[in-house]
Ligand binder design. Structure first.
Ligand code: FES
Length: 273
């Protein structure tokens, strides 16, 4: 059993949990994820590792309450325990050898982009972070991202934080001003990652995206998490979740993402979420 040692609400639907998991904390790297099951009856859900503390032996996860399991998870309190917490899974992000990176987080994707920015910053890479949200109430981790970035731009779709626009608008400005950008990391909704990848492709800038498809076993056995990369089938759980954004079939990934909407809505209804 894995004990919750800290809980924080980052906005009305996004929660942070710090969980005692010393063996995972010892090995975790940015880009990797865990699969958890809250109790015997629970489904297995993958969540990206948002942070880890090797000394304290804890792993931080950040999630949005969008379905039955994340609602159950969000209702747990400090001191409660999670039945299964397995990881670290997936491949760590390859961040070596870059000098000038732009790290982009869209909404909850900022929680996944944050450890990447932090690691790049620790490695001495220049880091510009762009974080986009629908409105200012949804902004998360601004202080944390600022601490690991040479510059930070926070945009909102409705302009309620005084900086109206999409992350791609900010990225375009940066690319126009600075020809030395050698890496872009984009993590967020598929549509955002698609448009970022299109923009960087036209400028020949290496781009990593983090895919978050449906996952079941997390070990490459079930095929649930397949994505098409450079015309080949890959499994996000063992081959990713990071992939070259210029090689992903985003349209197929978006179609697959919609496949279980009906069942998810049914499950929410059954459990009065
Ligand atoms: Fe089953 Fe990846 S989750 S193959």
């Amino acid at each position: 059993m894995y004990k919750i040692v800290k809980k924080e609400a980052l906005n009305t639907t996004v929660k942070l949990l710090e969980i005692e998991a010393p063996l995972i904390a010892k090995k975790a790297q940015p880009g990797q994820f865990i699969i958890l099951r809250t109790d015997e009856e629970g489904e297995r859900i993958p969540l990206t590792i948002a942070d880890y503390d090797r000394e304290k032996g804890t792993v931080t996860i950040i999630f949005q309450e969008v379905g039955k399991t994340t609602k159950v998870l969000g209702a747990l309190k400090v001191g409660d325990k999670i039945l299964d917490f397995v990881g670290p899974l997936g491949r760590a992000s390859h961040l070596d050898g870059y000098k000038n990176a732009v790290v982009i987080g869209g909404g909850l994707g900022s929680a996944i982009a944050y450890p990447q920015a932090k690691k790049l910053h620790e490695m001495g890479t220049k880091v510009t972070t762009i974080a986009g949200f629908r409105n200012k109430e949804l902004i998360i981790l601004e202080k944390e991202m600022s601490a690991v970035s040479n510059q930070l731009f926070v945009t909102t779709d409705d302009g309620s934080n005084g900086n109206k626009g999409f992350v791609t608008d900010e990225l375009k400005k940066l690319i126009d001003q600075d020809a030395s950008i050698d890496l872009v990391i984009a993590i967020g909704p598929l549509i955002m990652m698609k448009f970022v990848s299109q923009l960087t492709k036209s400028h020949g800038i290496k781009t990593l995206v983090s895919m978050n498809p449906v996952m079941i076993d997390g070990t490459g056995m079930c095929g649930g998490c397949r994505v098409t990369v450079a015309g080949e089938t890959k499994f996000a759980c063992v081959d990713g979740p990071d992939f070259d954004g210029h090689e992903i079939d985003f349209d197929e990934a978006m179609r697959r993402q919609m496949m279980y909407k009906e069942q998810e809505a049914e499950s929410m209804e059954q459990h009065n979420c």
